[in-house]
Design a binder for this molecule. Structure first.
Ligand code: SAJ
Length: 446
């Protein structure tokens, strides 16, 4: 029986040993889906802390309950390890390691290269390897395939190689690893067939495409689409502010169009591990082909300008009180990169706080999801949202609109509220002034 058929049979009867490299918000949920489907799963991670935590039945990922993890560890269906030699036991390997941007905004492929090198050292004939990490088009073919071939393996015959983008939205109550459609693009049709069969054992919907480049680009289109449209919403905020029109009213009214429109909202900038970064992987690749991806670059410019726009708004609001930013006491409400989560990655709140402090303000923050965070080696602690904090602040700036904050109380007690998320739209007027990111009650952003 051919290697491909042998592997397909082991996938079918669940005797295949599944490997997941990288046990973060993508890898761990995926590992558990395979374990739930009946496979023995070995999770590999370089972090002793993470592996130790997982083996003690404790999950560090909000979407993975520790009870389920502990059960699968106990029955021997899931095992975490830092020993790369365990990769030789794996019949399938999904790579879900970080693909950050370097300070130069160029792709940092270090984690993918390290994972691919380790797999190359231990991979054997009859294995399927799938890269899930978001990356530039061509990575699977140009970076991973040669490493498998250097191990003496022929892709499409001895070993099967594909790209399948992660579509994990941490904390999403509706869409999860199992029910989100899964794109799969193999180097050869046999690669696509095997990788699709692998994921079909535990995921609801598979979407095979014709190549890994197609699959790599699908992911980048998805997130570039968001970045560009968020950038448009942010520019619309600047336009509305100059025209004295309420941008939120404009967008809500446009969203009544039942076709041909999709609502995006302005804000203090974009954060997270995807939207600020993913489009730049495509921009970087196209620069190597002497093409400038203007939409990506322009959206990046506008989105990354928004923290400064917010600070100008705060400056103008304080100016109306005959106050300077310098020496003012400012309370920032919400520092996570989006509402109702605790994730600080690339949060625009960090830029807003930094810019205010550079102008001499004393900035404190309150975030019910982020009691403290570390930045540039310093630890920052939040303050409780007491009446004193609200009444003594020269301005309260709503940067992330967590649902658990009582904004009516904020507006009632604060002298000036700068609202970058339209969190105060439907509130009764309070003692202080509300300055929206863009509406007639605000001052031109300039
Ligand atoms: N944002 C806006 N205006 C918007 C939407 C978002 O300013 O209209 C800001 C958010 O506040 C945040 C940033 O953009 O700072 C990113 O927000 P996001 O809603 O795109 O959330 P993410 O970063 O968690 O994006 C993830 C992505 N998921 C994957 O890459 C698998 C994205 O593709 C999803 O569409 C998104 O979740 C989602 O829809 O929740």
């Amino acid at each position: 029986m051919q290697l491909k058929d042998q592997l397909l049979a082991k996938i079918e009867n669940r005797s295949a040993c599944i490997g997941v490299v990288g046990l973060g918000y993508v890898g761990l949920p995926l590992a558990l889906e395979f374990a739930r489907a009946g496979f023995k799963v070995i999770g590999y991670d370089v972090s002793e802390r993470v592996v130790g935590l997982l083996m003690s039945g404790k999950s560090h990922i909000q979407d993975v309950p520790s009870t389920e993890l502990a059960r699968l560890v106990k029955v021997g269906k899931f095992e975490a390890t830092t020993d790369e030699a365990r990769m030789k036991e794996m019949d399938a390997v999904s790579i879900a390691v970080p693909t950050p941007l370097a300070k130069t905004r160029d792709p940092d492929m270090g984690y993918v290269i390290a994972a691919a090198d380790a797999i190359g050292r231990h991979c054997r004939p009859g294995v399927v390897v799938v890269l899930e990490s978001t990356t530039y088009p061509g990575t699977t073919r140009e970076l991973l395939q040669p490493k498998l071939e250097a191990a003496g393996l022929t892709v499409g015959e001895d070993v099967f190689l594909a790209f399948s983008p992660e579509r994990v939205d941490p904390g999403n109550p509706i869409w999860n690893t199992k029910n989100t459609p899964k794109i799969v693009g193999g180097i050869t049709p046999a690669c696509t067939q095997v990788a699709t069969a692998l994921y079909a054992t535990c995921l609801d919907t598979l979407v095979p495409v014709s190549s890994p480049e197609t699959a790599e680009l699908v992911k980048l289109l998805e997130n570039t689409f968001r970045s560009v449209n968020i950038g448009l919403a942010n520019e619309m905020a600047i336009v509305c502010d100059k025209l004295g029109v309420n941008v939120w009213e404009v967008i809500d009214a446009a969203a009544t169009k039942p076709f041909g429109f999709m609502k995006f909202t302005p804000g203090p900038g974009i954060g997270g591990h995807c939207i600020p970064l993913d489009p730049h992987y495509l921009a970087w690749k196209m620069r190597t082909l002497n093409y400038k991806t203007r939409f990506i670059d322009l959206a990046g410019e506008i989105n990354s300008e928004m923290p400064a726009v917010v600070v100008r708004k705060v400056t103008q609001a304080l100016n109306e009180e005959k106050k300077a930013v310098n020496g003012s006491r400012i309370l920032v409400l919400g520092v996570a990169y989006k509402k109702d989560i605790d994730d600080m990655r690339e949060s625009p709140a960090l830029d807003v706080i930094r810019l205010l402090e550079q102008q001499g303000a004393t900035v404190r923050y309150h975030d019910p999801f982020v009691p403290k965070y570390r930045e540039d080696g310093h630890e920052h602690s939040g303050v409780p949202l007491t009446d004193e904090e609200l009444t003594s602040a020269d301005a309260v700036v709503i940067v992330t609109d967590h649902s658990t904050v009582d904004y009516q109380r904020v507006v009632h007690l604060a002298r000036v509220v700068v609202d970058t998320r339209n969190a105060t739209a439907k509130l009764a007027k309070g003692k202080g002034r509300i300055v929206s990111l863009a509406s007639p009650s605000s001052y031109a952003i300039a």
